[in-house]
Design a protein around this ligand. Structure first.
Ligand SMILES: [Zn+2]
Length: 1149
């Protein structure tokens, strides 16, 4: 018995008698809630002259003896370079001086004299707070770091004086301050309000200070302890421990006893581990090797948003230089950074800083990510534009850093197309990071880590961080959320902590890196928090998931688009930007096709493929696709810039086209209303270059009819009322061939469906041909009839037409159209109808709509042709609107109730389509009340359907049987004048026999967006394209579309200019895709004049994949062709590279 008791006591290390027999104390039980509340009094607040805040700085001087300031303010909104600024006349300045207004730049020359006795201190800092953003340079112009003034959470106002300067007692440097905050200069401080263009700032601080480093250490200790207390459940031992220690620290701290700080810090080691701080970055080497949360520094810099592009250029330099500075002090710090465009700006405007970034990239600490030109919107860019985002992005990273990216990165884009997985893989990446769907305002997205499977079946490994932000502050709460909010813990228990201030730039702060070290120290000895690591890349994070989930086999899948249940107004906001995007994309496609052909006729230097010019234009289009520009959610200044860029693209693109046409169609002139009338006379002829690969017929307009020669006049089957213009019908073959205006063949003649029009002149008219008929009665579309089938498409008692909705979203004005808008329709009436074309080739009426202060003039026309040449194709009704838009917070749409029943409607997306519900069964269905589509939206049932085609609009909806296209919004934030003023746009209503899959809607959408390019050829001349007999055509599979024809990315155009015999071979790259979602076996037929010697399939980067067998026609006559057999799966995108014979030229033709 005795020996047992002895053993028991020894086993627990107790000695006899340590537990007192008597107890007259009150005991130590706390009132936990009061203790917790007390912790809020250790910094700042009511006791700031007694608590820790009172000792954070040992010394502070701001007098002229120690700090000398001189300033020069750049005139207006100019942004001079460092060198330019230094040549100006500076005047003396002082703390407290005001400067402004908004967006102006101010340069400061600063010299500081450091008191000799400050040499004893570990650190001396200059604290500069202009209330706005700023950048510190050396006196020879090297950018050192950014400054974020003001008192927000992103404040960073200290610049550490270099030790050698501290010892010398004197230091000079230069500061550029810019009159905007991290989030621009919003009116009344509400983030999304338009900018206050007249804000002035005050230089709040220009002080030389000695920070009490130990006190700052304690501040961060205490901060981490408080986060532990506030984050962890109250019944965990770590939470109680952290609170106990924090409480003791408050008891021990004494502002009059500097040594108390050290004792407080020692107390904190009870939570962070003994001597944790001395370990520095090595703290990450200790503890469990299993990591839950991977920390990666990041800085989301919106390429334009509440500030214009040129301000972003400064933000990039500020934010990135700050990170390089941090890396030198925190070796575990890794920084992932996207957007080739931002790197390119840095390279051009801050070359020394770019070199330092490059060093860190090569050193493996600074990680280019995303592989794209910008973090683009992913709803609206065309498929080809998304390809170019990657091609331009990856090519930039490869040429500058010798390496392409492995992870696609779009944390903030407003929904993600189901075309993406295939494109990401095609660009050489297999991982994808995003998070915006955490903003869904209806349903919670069910996955964190999953296989994202695109419309074609391609998958990428996707992580949507459970931390629900790309601007985490690296708090205990953030780390904890990485696990507690993870939705697939059964498959994977790791998450990415993407931390650092963002949107307006900034990136990680020292305090975040400090916090993470303390958290790591804590998890090395406690199990109640997820473990966190540092020092790795995002690629490594994904590679670990790939490996631990058996290459994704144990992960859930998500199929199709990642629809964002938010920001649905962005498909419509800023109509002119949408139009600029669509029209530029198509113009550049035309330029590339026409120039590819022209560049093969090497009779002069002027026919060298203008790669650089084309790239320049593409870069502008890609830049404007940034995820706050194209969506229409930026301030007005951004749109001024974007319009200029689109203007340049149009000007340069049209000029390039004209130059190529002058090669391919020598001596020709464009057929436009301003053409030289002389050209039409005699036996000159009109030809058309069809930039689509579909054969087509069009009603073309012949200008200056009076002066036309008899030959041309005889082809005109209809003249305008004033006799100035004539209409003729024209057939153009597909395959990039040339059509010629001539008397219709019998076959074409039989296809003409003469049109007629009737109107009462006020509110009633009928447009009709042998296949369709539209009636407007009492100002509304009351009837739409398929004449061939005698089928009425408008349900009895319902009408279609323009409609207005109240549009007052809950907060994000330009971003959101909220579900309630659908409850407030006001149908608008067409009035004052006049006939503007009588038929037989084109019948048209012009109608007016008046609403509020707005005036809308709509020309509704019907042509004698069908939408495509497909048998049984129907004609379409074209609506061209000229709108003077003066509404605010109202939404204009066009709607058509249809006698069709289907649970889904079909919308074009990049390289395919997406189907979305028309009903409201579940909240997931309800959420899709406004959706994105490209060139068409279609509502079909078995046997029949109606599509709406669009040339510049992207917003659609189909609710029940009501199909709508969204035309104009009118938000007032962040651009007070969004969409005010004149607009010109078109859409078309296209009935079709058969369901969508049996229809010609995708082809019609293509043709509708690609008008013929008409040329007038003088008599006796001929074009150079016709002898090619269609350069390229797709045979045997009507569902395979040839989208793009361009010269190879890596061709050597300089050699071409020199006519060098030994030049690298010319290549042609073609991009094709399957458009209907099914397998196809197609033959790509190529004119033998192109002398193809080899062909390869490639990825989107144009790296060879496999060589293709060239099929050659047996005969070797001039019309013989060669071909490639290509098999497709549904929605597959295929890139083919044709290698032409050495020194091949088409000159011999
Ligand atoms: Zn963003």
């Amino acid at each position: 018995m005795d020996s047992n008791r002895q053993g028991y006591q020894h086993g627990h290390g107790h000695s006899h008698g340590s537990y007192p027999q008597q107890n007259y104390t009150p005991g130590a039980k706390w009132v936990k809630s009061l203790t917790r509340d007390r912790l809020g009094q250790f910094t700042g607040g009511h006791y700031s002259d007694l608590n820790l805040s009172s000792v954070l700085f040992t010394h502070r001087v701001d007098n002229a003896e120690h700090v000398k300031l001189k300033v020069w303010s750049a005139p207006g909104l100019t942004k001079p370079t460092f060198e330019e600024a230094m040549q100006q006349k500076f005047k003396s300045a002082k703390k407290g001086d005001p400067f402004g207004p908004s967006w102006t730049n101010h340069w400061w020359k600063v010299s500081v004299t450091i008191p000799e006795y400050w040499q004893q201190y570990e650190r001396v800092q200059f604290e500069f707070d202009p209330g706005c953003e700023a950048m510190i340079f050396t006196v020879d112009g090297t950018p050192l770091q950014g400054i974020t003034g003001g008192y927000g959470g992103d404040r960073r106002v200290e610049y550490i004086i270099p030790p050698e300067a501290r010892e010398a007692g004197y230091h000079e440097f230069v500061i550029e301050s810019s009159c905007n905050g991290m989030f621009g200069v919003p009116m009344n401080g509400d983030t999304i309000q338009p900018p206050d263009m007249n804000r002035y700032f005050t230089l709040d601080s220009a002080d030389l200070v000695v920070p009490n480093q130990e006190a700052w250490g304690l501040l961060w200790d205490f901060q981490t302890l408080r986060e532990l207390v506030d984050t962890l459940p109250g019944n965990t031992s770590l939470q109680n421990k952290a609170m106990t220690v924090a409480n003791q620290i408050m008891n021990v701290f004494d502002k009059n006893d500097p040594s108390s700080i050290g004792r407080c810090r020692k107390l904190a080691e009870e939570v962070f581990g003994k001597d944790w701080e001395e370990k520095g970055a090595d703290i990450y080497e200790e503890g469990s090797s299993k990591t839950n949360v991977w920390g990666v520094g990041h800085c989301h810099i919106d390429t334009a948003w509440l500030w214009p592009y040129h301000v972003t250029q400064q933000k990039v330099a500020r934010s990135w230089s700050t990170q390089i500075d941090l890396m030198d002090r925190y070796p575990e710090h890794r920084f992932a950074c996207s957007s080739a465009q931002q790197y390119k700006w840095l390279e051009k405007l801050y070359p020394e800083l770019f070199e330092r970034v490059k060093e860190k990239v090569l050193d493996g600490r600074f990680h280019p990510i995303g592989g794209a030109w910008v973090e683009n919107d992913s709803n609206m860019p065309s498929g080809e534009a998304l390809v170019r985002q990657f091609l331009f992005g990856q090519r930039f990273f490869e040429t500058r850093f010798g390496k392409r990216c492995e992870t696609a990165w779009l944390p903030d884009s407003f929904g993600l197309t189901g075309a993406y997985p295939q494109l990401i893989r095609g660009a050489g990446m297999k991982y994808f990071f995003t998070q915006k769907l955490s903003w869904n305002n209806i349903n919670v997205f069910p996955h964190s880590t999953f296989n994202w499977v695109g419309i074609d079946g391609t998958q990428v490994l996707c992580h949507m961080t459970p931390v629900d932000t790309y601007t985490a502050q690296a708090t205990v709460g953030d780390v904890n959320k990485g696990l507690t909010n993870h939705k697939n813990l059964e498959s994977s228990d790791t998450s990415l902590l993407v931390f650092g201030n963002g949107d307006g730039g900034g990136g990680p702060l020292a305090k975040m890196l400090e916090n993470l070290r303390r958290i790591k120290g804590t998890t090395n000895t406690h199990r109640e928090l997820p473990t966190v690591n540092m020092g790795h890349s995002v690629d490594e994070f994904f590679a670990e998931i790939e490996q631990s989930t058996k290459e994704g086999k144990t992960l859930p899948n998500w199929l199709g688009e990642l629809y964002l249940e938010f920001h649905r107004g962005t498909y419509t906001s800023h109509g002119s930007i949408k139009k600029g995007n669509r029209h530029s994309e198509i113009l550049l496609r035309d330029v590339e096709l026409v120039w590819t052909l022209a560049s093969l006729y090497k009779h002069s230097k002027s026919s060298v493929y203008p790669k650089e010019k084309i790239d320049e234009s593409w870069e502008k289009v890609l830049l404007n696709q940034f995820h706050d520009v194209l969506p229409g959610s930026a301030i007005g200044m951004v749109y001024d810039d974007a319009e200029v860029l689109y203007g340049e693209v149009k000007r340069d693109g049209e000029a390039l086209l004209e130059k190529a046409f002058s090669v391919l169609f020598p001596q020709s002139v464009p057929v436009t209303t301003i053409m030289r009338t002389k050209a039409l006379t005699g036996s000159s002829k009109i030809v058309a270059f069809n930039t689509t690969f579909f054969p087509r017929w069009d009603i073309v307009t012949i200008p200056c009819l009076v002066k036309a020669g008899p030959n041309l006049k005889s082809l005109v089957m209809q003249a305008t009322e004033d006799g100035r213009e004539g209409f003729a019908i024209m057939h153009s073959p597909g395959g990039g061939a040339v059509g010629e205006l001539k008397h219709p063949s019998n076959a074409l003649h039989s296809q003409i469906k003469p049109v007629s029009v009737y109107t009462n002149g006020s509110d009633h008219f009928v447009l009709r041909n042998a296949c369709v008929q539209l009636t407007i009665s009492n100002g509304r579309i009351s009837s739409l009839v398929d004449v061939k089938l005698n089928r009425e498409l408008i349900p009895e008692g319902q009408t279609g037409g323009l409609v207005i909705f109240q549009d007052r979203p809950n907060y994000w004005d330009a971003w959101d159209v909220e579900i309630h808008h659908l409850e407030t329709p006001t149908p608008l009436q067409f009035s004052n109808i006049s006939v503007v074309a009588q038929g037989p080739l084109r019948a048209a009426v012009r109608a007016e709509v008046q609403y509020g202060q707005s005036r809308i003039s709509v020309t509704i026309s019907l042509d004698a042709t069908t939408a495509t040449i497909k048998p049984n194709s129907r004609s379409l009704f074209n609506f061209s609107a000229l709108v003077d838009w003066r509404q605010r917070h109202e939404f204009l749409k066009f709607e058509l109730p249809l006698n069709i029943n289907s649970p889904f409607a079909t919308y074009e997306t990049q390289f395919g389509f997406v189907q979305r519900p028309t009903h409201k069964n579940t909240t997931w269905d309800i959420a899709k009340f406004e959706v994105c589509g490209h060139k068409f939206a279609d509502f079909s049932e078995f046997g029949y359907g109606v599509a709406i085609l669009s040339e510049s609009k992207y917003g659609f909806s189909c609710q029940g049987n009501m199909l709508r296209i969204s035309l104009l919004r009118s938000a007032t934030a962040p651009d007070a004048e969004q969409d005010q003023g004149e607009h010109f746009f078109s859409w078309a209503v296209m009935p079709h026999e058969g369901s969508f899959l049996e229809s010609d809607v995708p082809m019609a959408g293509y043709l509708y967006n690609s008008p013929l390019r008409l040329r007038c050829l003088p008599s006796g001349t001929s074009d150079l394209v016709s002898p090619l007999q269609s350069p390229f055509s797709v045979e045997g599979a009507s569902n395979v579309f040839l989208e793009t024809v361009k010269r190879g990315e890596y061709d050597n155009f300089e050699h071409e200019a020199n006519f060098d015999d030994k030049a690298t071979p010319a290549t042609i790259v073609l991009r094709l895709y399957e458009a209907f979602g099914g397998h196809a076996q197609a033959k790509l037929s190529i004119s033998s004049h192109l002398s193809v010697v080899k062909a390869f399939t490639t990825n989107l980067m144009e790296d060879h994949d496999e060589e293709l067998y060239l099929l050659r026609d047996a005969e070797t006559g001039p019309d013989s062709r060669c071909g490639l057999s290509l098999s497709f799966r549904g929605f597959e995108v295929k890139t083919v590279k044709l290698v032409l014979a050495h020194n091949s030229t088409l000159l011999s033709l």
